[in-house]
Design a protein around this ligand. Structure first.
Ligand code: UT7
Length: 309
């Protein structure tokens, strides 16, 4: 879906969207394609490039705010569709940081020795919870999925650190008010958009810039590194102006920051793994590189991770 397509639906313009967000197009999953279907495509590619077999995966963690069903978890649906007989599977609801929360949990569980090979997925069909009458939100988001396989490393590569934080006081800045147990949808409900994503964009923007910068700085500091040691920053793709602010604060040039927002928009939990995969497959990450990932989303919630590739 291009900006021109959106111009036909809401009072917006390509010029406004590109200059305020950096987004030119976003992917919209067709009717009948669930989050699990997108996740399966990503999982297949991740397992294939890891060299492992499906039976080797003993942990599957999927971050999403747009699950296939309220019950069971989408991770369990993916487990069945992928045929991962030896995995325990569960979802994480952490909005745009879902992949980083998944990475952090998987890494900690692998460190305990209880699990060996984890599949961590971020997948969203945000188009299913967007109000296409609300120009404040519908122009921003897209659908997609990304996945990574984590395993025990036999050298000094791996996840050097993760940082996760949230502030539930600010949860109403980005939320879907109706449809859960707090506000169930009664018979005869007429939607006025409160069963779709609602967002106070400019309030979120300020917190996002501050906390994503803090999270990125913190993870680098804690590893005893400086931003000069960082080969690539992979930020959540929410707004090019937020991404540029992070680069400025970290004092890294934009050629060390991975950006694909123009093609996908904000895909929430899928944003970081899609960017990680594109960075990796396009040869932007080499063995031994330090890569920082940083994300922010509804909760409010934010976090970062530092990888030695
Ligand atoms: O995934 C993590 C969570 N989400 C985020 O990180 C999003 C963070 N926020 C943002 O990216 C930005 O705040 C937005 C892109 C959502 C909005 O940009 P902004 O520069 O903060 O604009 P604004 O909300 O302050 O709105 C400025 C003007 C308003 O018009 P008036 O009141 O000045 O006349 C809006 O009504 O732009 C108007 N506007 C639009 N105009 C054309 C808002 N949306 C649109 C639109 N097209 N789609």
């Amino acid at each position: 879906m291009t900006n021109a397509d959106l111009e036909k639906i809401v009072d917006t313009s390509d010029e406004w969207i590109v200059s305020r967000t950096g987004i030119k197009e976003r992917r919209i999953a067709p009717e009948g394609m669930a989050v699990s279907d997108m996740a399966v495509e990503a999982c297949k590619k991740a397992i294939e490039s890891s060299g492992l077999k499906n039976e080797d995966i003993d942990l599957l963690i999927l971050g999403t705010v747009t699950p296939d069903y309220k019950l069971p978890s989408t991770a369990c649906v993916v487990q069945e569709k992928m045929d991962l007989p030896n995995a325990t599977a569960f979802d994480i609801v952490a909005a745009c940081t879902g992949f980083l929360n998944g990475l952090s949990v998987a890494s900690a569980l692998i460190e305990t020795g209880a699990y060996k090979n984890a599949l961590v997925v971020g997948a969203e069909k945000l188009s299913s919870i967007l109000n296409y009458k609300d120009r404040n939100t519908c122009i921003l988001f897209g659908d997609g999925a990304g996945a990574a396989v984590l395993t025990v490393s036999d050298d000094d590569s791996g996840i050097l650190g993760t940082f996760l934080k949230s502030n539930g006081n600010l949860r109403e800045l980005l939320w879907v008010k109706d449809g859960g147990s707090a506000n169930p949808i009664p018979d005869g409900y007429v939607s006025e958009g409160e069963d779709k994503v609602m967002m106070s964009g400019s309030d979120i923007f300020k917190v996002a810039v501050k906390q994503m910068c803090n999270a990125a700085v913190k993870i680098i500091d804690e590893a005893g590194l400086t931003s000069e040691d960082i080969s690539l920053v992979i930020p959540h793709q929410a707004n090019i102006r937020i991404i540029e602010a992070i680069a400025k604060r970290l004092k890294v040039s934009m050629d060390k920051v991975f950006v694909n927002i123009e093609k996908y928009g904000n895909t929430s939990a899928a944003s970081v793994p899609i960017a990680l995969d594109e960075a990796n497959r396009s040869g932007k990450i080499k063995k031994g590189d330090h890569v920082v990932m940083v994300a922010f989303g509804g909760g409010l919630i934010w976090g970062s991770a530092l990888i030695k590739w």
